[in-house]
Design a protein around this ligand. Structure first.
Ligand SMILES: [Zn+2]
Length: 189
């Protein structure tokens, strides 16, 4: 079942890489979602205008439950949103979607501890433990791994769903260069 859902994501990504997104009956889709939603994946990703999960995976409204925040970091509101996706909407997948050339990770790698004096400092503090000296792309991967560990530690909803075999966590990296998505790690069945 979860393999099949993963394939659904990769088939969509293949279309996106080729630049051939599916034609859709938008009005029908919209009307079909009036009574509720049944997305199959919760996605936590970065607030970067170049990273648009619905396009990247060629998915329609109602298919992905997406939370976007600079550096795809976690805080209480983000974890609460993830818990809604996993615990209430019962998405069988939780995707941590990082991306190449991430501005938030780059800023954290290159700021040398210099503060902005605003809430951006808070975001950089969250990313800091993942910084691999002088290597932005490695830091992007490490940041995704840290997010996965933190969500498993902080959220009993996520932990329970994993233990029951109802959830799989996927770490995926999106490449701005060619539109490809790659699986970096997997947790759960
Ligand atoms: Zn980013």
């Amino acid at each position: 079942m979860k393999e099949e859902l993963k394939n659904r994501l990769f088939e969509g990504n293949r279309r996106y890489v080729e630049g051939k997104l599916k034609e859709r009956e938008w009005k029908t889709i919209r009307n079909g979602l009036l009574e509720g939603q049944k997305p199959f994946a919760t996605v936590i990703t970065c607030s970067d205008s170049r990273v648009v999960p619905e396009y990247i995976f060629d998915k329609a409204p109602g298919e992905l439950f997406i939370i976007r925040v600079a550096g795809n970091i976690l805080d209480r509101a983000v974890i609460g949103s993830i818990e809604y996706g996993v615990g209430h909407l019962h998405t069988p997948l939780l995707i941590i979607l990082g991306h190449s050339r991430c501005g938030a990770v780059t800023a954290t790698c290159t700021c040398g501890g210099k503060k902005e004096g605003n809430y951006i400092d808070y975001i950089m503090e969250k990313i800091k433990p993942a910084v691999k000296e002088g290597n932005i792309e490695e830091s992007v991967l490490e940041n995704m791994r840290c997010v996965a560990e933190e969500i498993k530690k902080e959220s009993s909803t996520v932990k329970n769903a994993l233990e029951k075999g109802e959830l799989r966590i996927l770490g995926m990296k999106y490449y701005l260069e060619d539109g490809r998505v790659e699986t970096v790690f997997e947790n759960g069945q």
